[in-house]
Design a protein around this ligand. Structure first.
Ligand SMILES: Cc1cc2nc3c(=O)[nH]c(=O)nc-3n(C[C@H](O)[C@H](O)[C@H](O)COP(=O)(O)O)c2cc1C
Length: 313
């Protein structure tokens, strides 16, 4: 997730277990051939066989609209070590959409096809699969099935469906019933995405979509143990619910990681962003911690407040 989940965060999250793969922040492709170092910066794991330290595969995500440039850059990504490339047709950001990238392309299934086809063709001889992520559409769902079919015809091997249109942004609910409709016309695996915060949400999503495989977005940060709990649930094992204090401990661990790539002020800012996201899942408890921490300027101060909150909880 762009701006919030980098390699260090992926490491911390995937170490908690249960994750089968993860995807990088998108690399935006416009008119330039990116040097390999760009892919290594976004995805340092490419140097380690595209695996997180816990051994979870990392897929490299590209976002763009120009088929030729996407194909050229997909080849560079492959030479940099990518094992799976993913194409983003879901990003709602204005800058991205203005240049016909992300979700804006969903208005033109033939362009979705052209972009995916060029990348799939470039990667096929290298034995590298192409996957994709789409929303249900731009303004409405009218072209959802056409876009999914276009991606399949183009040669993707897996599709994640964020069950909302671009216009719906991140507003709940997610329309999981649409994942079922899309899966019906697809031969490749389809994963459901959107608004799965708890095991109960997951069970409702399965009931509505008929899909067992899901992608967790913001929940990777608000409850990284949900992935493991879903597996425990399927194995018929006892599921231990996550406690808010565990999540705060994870933030402290993130701040204390030795290989930090950021200056202190950025670390403090990103931790506060993380706390903001926690409010979506943990409500009042997270509001209170955020209020207590929002004026912190140093890492020590922030860790002090977080430790205090963990002790009180
Ligand atoms: C801050 C932020 C950054 C995101 N960046 C990406 C991204 O780079 N690539 C992508 O495919 N999706 C990105 N997403 C979308 C999520 O992957 C996911 O599809 C969306 O949040 C819905 O799922 P959720 O309800 O589980 O969070 C981003 C979402 C947020 C909130």
């Amino acid at each position: 997730m762009e701006g919030v989940i980098d390699a260090l965060t992926r490491d911390l999250i995937t170490r908690q277990g249960g994750w089968s793969f993860c995807v990088t922040e998108f690399v935006r492709i416009t008119q330039d051939k990116q040097p390999r170092r760009v892919f290594h910066r976004i995805c340092p794991e490419l140097r380690q066989n595209a695996l997180t330290p816990a051994g979870v595969p990392v897929h490299l995500q590209l976002l763009g609209s120009d088929p030729e440039m996407l194909a050229i850059n997909a080849r560079v990504a492959a030479s940099a070590g990518a094992k799976v490339v993913d194409l983003n047709f879901g990003c709602p950001a204005k800058t991205v959409n203005r240049h016909l990238g992300g979700a804006s392309l969903l208005r033109y299934p033939e362009q979705v096809y052209a972009a995916a086809r060029a990348v799939a063709d470039a990667l096929r001889p290298l034995g590298i699969p192409l996957t994709a992520k789409m929303r249900l559409g731009y303004q409405d769902t009218e072209l959802a099935l056409d876009n999914a079919r276009a991606l399949q015809e183009a040669g993707i091997s897996q599709l994640v469906v964020h069950a909302r249109t671009k216009v719906q942004g991140y507003k709940p609910p997610a329309q999981w019933e649409w994942v079922a409709r899309i899966a019906e016309v697809m031969d490749v695996p389809v994963l459901a995405n959107g608004e799965i915060w708890t095991l109960e949400d997951y069970q409702r999503c399965v009931a509505v979509s008929g899909i067992r495989d899901v992608m967790l977005g913001r929940t990777a940060m608000t409850d990284p143990w949900l992935a493991r709990q879903i597996r425990q649930h399927h194995a018929g094992e006892a599921v231990t619910a996550t406690e808010f204090g565990q999540v705060l401990q994870l933030l402290v661990q993130w701040l204390q990681q030795p290989a930090q790539a950021y200056q202190e002020d950025v670390r403090v800012m990103r931790t506060k962003q993380w706390l903001v996201m926690l409010r979506l899942r943990w409500g009042e408890a997270a509001h209170q911690v955020f209020d207590a921490c929002k004026r912190c300027e140093t890492e020590d101060e922030l860790i002090g407040f977080l430790d205090q909150a963990i002790r009180i909880l």
